[in-house]
Design a protein around this ligand. Sequence first.
Ligand code: IMP
Ligand code: MG
Length: 180
Amino acid sequence: MRAHDVKEILIDKDAIARRVDELVDAIAAASPSGNLVVIGILKGSFMFLADLLRSFHRHGVHPRIDFLTLSSYGSGTTSAGQVETIHDIREDIEGADVLLVDDILDTGLTLASTKKLLLERGAKTVRSCVLLDKKAHRSVEFEADHAGFAIADHFVVGYGLDYNNLYRELPHIAKVTFHD
Ligand code: IMP
Ligand code: MG
């Protein structure tokens, strides 16, 4: 692991909480479905997903919930370019309106390939929600239906996001500063 620190806070926890509520208002307005399945992409989405779902409660929305464990990074800060399924969903999504939740949209490979897979499996619609959007870093064309914050192209951790599986527990988003 490279020498680094995570002292610079980019988005604090209050700003995240406010944005999560706004995202859920938009999601509830856009998905009138009684057959909604929310799928969190692990591990990065766990904290964001939990906060989104608690906020769903305000709208009386009762989605089914499942998880998909994927790996595209291995270790380090650059995508391996290939998305591997480590643990698949168990819910039947045939005819369902799916909301995919991920921590960050970077190259776009993860969400583009997952959306395609779920549509092939018979989902009626697949929408996506990410906390962060690194717009400058796409290698495939993909836009999230709901995005919390657009950020510049630097490596961030916290609120579920990791560097070598560390710092996921931080309640805010911090920038990783490398010293080398
Ligand atoms: P994509 O397939 O390149 O869009 O990558 C999405 C995945 O890359 C996310 O779910 C994260 O796990 C990981 N990722 C991308 N950028 C960052 C970052 O700045 N910090 C931590 N993880 C990241
Ligand atoms: Mg991830």
